[in-house]
Design a protein around this ligand. Structure first.
Ligand code: RIB
Ligand code: CA
Length: 307
């Protein structure tokens, strides 16, 4: 909620994708947020799958939110293959209800329209390759003045997950990420390390299942159960929901000022995020979870509210 007590207006750009699905459901279940629109690029799966999944998740939550199709490739070429754990359908084989039709108009235009019409600054949440968000801000840079904050799940302080150097969203479209970092809007980053600190352990999945019996929370439990469990880890990392949890309950995180640069050379480090802690406040912050159990409890409590 804003200090005014009104819900915080957001626009969510996502590529569902299993962890995107949990983020979308968390956002739809949380009265602190008002989702103006959802926009979808390809990424974890081809665009037709990520779009269908986004529409199905909105239907699963029993909500009506405009969902716009966006980029099916990065600014300079095709997206790399997504993580195999999402499965060919992007949902690890978990069925979703059929959704409504996609809203008319492409994502970048919808983002620009939302920013232009917003009575108050809008928060842009990006949990996918940043192509749609970058196209919107690059074609109308003045709109950055209407952005309250850009919250991105992107990048890594250390090793990547798609190449040794780069995290998937950053690697998929480094030029788009660079456009966002240069936009002048405040930027909050959820890096790989944050997600790796919040894992869907069997105990946490069980606590989520015990929290409610609606179709949405059961679907979330089925997704978490279907994800491959990395060897020597307690469970799969939870990346995208952290971007939403930050907006709902920031006390669950530490935010440190950083400097951020993106490696856009064509070599093996392409998409690497060069992150350094800054001695004084900057426009860019890096999130670190303070209470992984608290984050999971928030997820369970909110998803239990859905039908
Ligand atoms: O690297 C993790 C990110 O890439 C998450 O957003 C996940 O959904 C994939 O898109
Ligand atoms: Ca994602």
């Amino acid at each position: 909620m804003h200090a005014s007590g009104l819900p915080r207006p957001i626009l969510l750009d996502c590529d569902p994708g299993t962890d995107d699905a949990l983020a979308i459901l968390l956002a739809l279940a949380s009265p602190e947020l008002a989702i103006e629109a959802i926009t979808v690029p390809g990424g974890n799966a081809p665009l037709e799958r990520t779009l269908a999944n986004a529409l199905g998740l909105v239907a699963l939550a029993g909500k009506t939110i405009p969902v716009h199709a966006g980029a099916d490739r990065a600014l300079l070429g095709p997206y790399p293959p997504g993580w195999s754990g999402h499965g060919a359908d992007g949902m690890a084989g978990v069925a979703l209800p059929p959704g409504q039709a996609a809203a008319p108009g492409i994502a970048a235009d919808a983002i620009r329209a939302a920013l232009g019409a917003a009575p108050a600054p809008l928060t842009l949440v990006g949990i996918a390759p940043a192509t749609n968000l970058a196209l919107a801000l690059a074609t109308e840079p003045a709109l950055a003045a209407n952005v309250a904050e850009i919250v991105l799940m992107s990048g890594a302080r250390n090793a990547g997950n798609t190449t040794p150097a780069a995290e998937f969203n950053a690697h998929a479209d480094p030029e788009a990420l660079a456009i966002l970092t240069a936009s002048g809007a405040p930027l909050t980053l959820v890096p790989l390390e944050a997600g790796r600190a919040v894992r869907a352990s069997p105990a946490r999945i069980a606590s989520l299942a015990a929290a409610g019996s609606g179709r949405a929370i059961r679907t979330a439990g089925a997704i978490l159960t279907a994800l491959p469990r990395p060897a020597a880890e307690t469970g799969p990392a939870l990346y995208d929901p952290l971007a939403i949890a930050w907006l709902i309950r920031p006390a669950l995180f530490r935010a440190r000022p950083i400097t951020l640069a993106i490696d856009r050379d064509p070599g093996p480090a392409r998409g690497r995020t060069l992150i350094a802690e800054a001695p004084a406040p900057t426009r860019t912050r890096l999130l670190e979870p303070l209470d992984p159990d608290g984050i999971f409890a928030l997820l369970a409590e909110r998803l239990a509210r859905l039908p």
